[in-house]
Design a protein around this ligand. Structure first.
Ligand SMILES: Cc1cc2nc3c(=O)[nH]c(=O)nc-3n(C[C@H](O)[C@H](O)[C@H](O)COP(=O)(O)OP(=O)(O)OC[C@H]3O[C@@H](n4cnc5c(N)ncnc54)[C@H](O)[C@@H]3O)c2cc1C
Length: 270
């Protein structure tokens, strides 16, 4: 079952009921970081994409936004208000909620550097607030990824006033880097693996000779070996088998065990 949430009140009721009835549920953002099982998911998927949305300025240097708002919209809003800090996120697909859950990052920066607080609905349907420290943000991890089933509803970013033109310039520079290095012309879920300590996953995969390796419709991108692209008709099973093959080959060649960054939904064990 797929439910579009209208407002926070219905979200509270639905989450409380699902928990009381012991029905599994999954909160989806934009699905940019997801591999969904070919068999689907036996449970309820909750989406905030059609719910009431807030995106506003507070105290001159903070932005409050709903979790279902796209990160791109928050980036543009910050730029339009001459606030710096979100430039690194320009080009990262997905929602603000998904970005906080993942502590999304790029170019040496991540959400932990600009987040001030967040609100969520817990399993009992109660609204809670976390400050920055309580969100336990580290590399692609957060309180929310540790304790599943809490639905982020809004976030506050603390930014710095800066020159609008310089912010714009940085955003263009970042999107240009993405377009030149990432296989954006094919469906993909971003970097498949986390960055292993002291290495880059993409470089290890490339040096293992795996660029272009394919299983079914899933292929290690010839443009960036850290990405798996769907060249047409790829199943989740194809992607899963390719991930296993990459992990095995990289471990045998370099002794490095790659860990997946992408999240799964349904019966997909990576
Ligand atoms: C081309 C491409 C480039 C990318 N580049 C980057 C990059 O540079 N850096 C980076 O970090 N990532 C990158 N990604 C991955 C992805 O964009 C991020 O992880 C993004 O933050 C996911 O957001 P989403 O809304 O799509 O979340 P989803 O993929 O829908 O979900 C991700 C996780 O967040 C949880 N979640 C989502 N919303 C909520 C909520 N409101 N409350 C509680 N839990 C929630 C989901 O349950 C799931 O576990 C890239 C992806 C692509 C396709």
């Amino acid at each position: 079952m797929f439910i579009y949430i209208n407002n926070e009140n219905s979200l509270k009721i639905i989450i409380k009921e699902l928990n009381a009835l012991n029905i599994p549920f999954f909160i989806i953002g934009n699905g940019s970081n997801l591999l969904v099982s070919d068999e689907g998911y036996r449970g309820v998927v909750l989406s905030l994409s059609k719910s009431e949305k807030i995106l506003r300025l507070e105290d001159g240097d903070s932005i409050i936004c709903s979790a279902g708002i796209s990160l791109a919209k928050a980036c543009v809003f910050a730029m339009q208000n001459s606030l710096s800090g979100l430039e690194f996120a320009w080009g990262i697909p997905g929602t603000c909620g998904g970005a906080l859950f993942m502590n999304a990052g790029a170019y040496g920066n991540d959400i932990s550097n600009i987040i001030e607080s967040s609100k969520y609905i817990n399993k009992n349907g109660e609204e809670k607030i976390l400050n920055k420290d309580e969100m336990r943000l580290s590399y692609r991890k957060s309180f929310y990824s540790e304790f599943k089933g809490n639905c982020i509803t809004s976030l506050t970013f603390k930014l710095k006033p800066f020159h609008l033109e310089k912010i714009k310039e940085k955003m263009y520079e970042n999107i240009h880097k993405r377009k030149s290095k990432q296989p954006l012309d094919y469906p993909n879920a971003g970097s498949i693996f986390k960055r292993p300590e002291g290495h880059y996953a993409g470089t290890l995969i490339e040096n293992a000779g795996l660029k272009g390796k394919s299983i079914g419709g899933a292929m290690v991108s010839p443009k960036h070996a850290g990405f798996i692209i769907n060249t047409g008709g790829a199943t989740a099973q194809d992607v899963k088998e390719l991930i296993r093959y990459i992990k095995k080959t990289v471990f045998e060649k370099f002794g490095v065990l790659l860990e997946c960054e992408i999240k799964t939904l349904g019966n997909v064990r990576l």
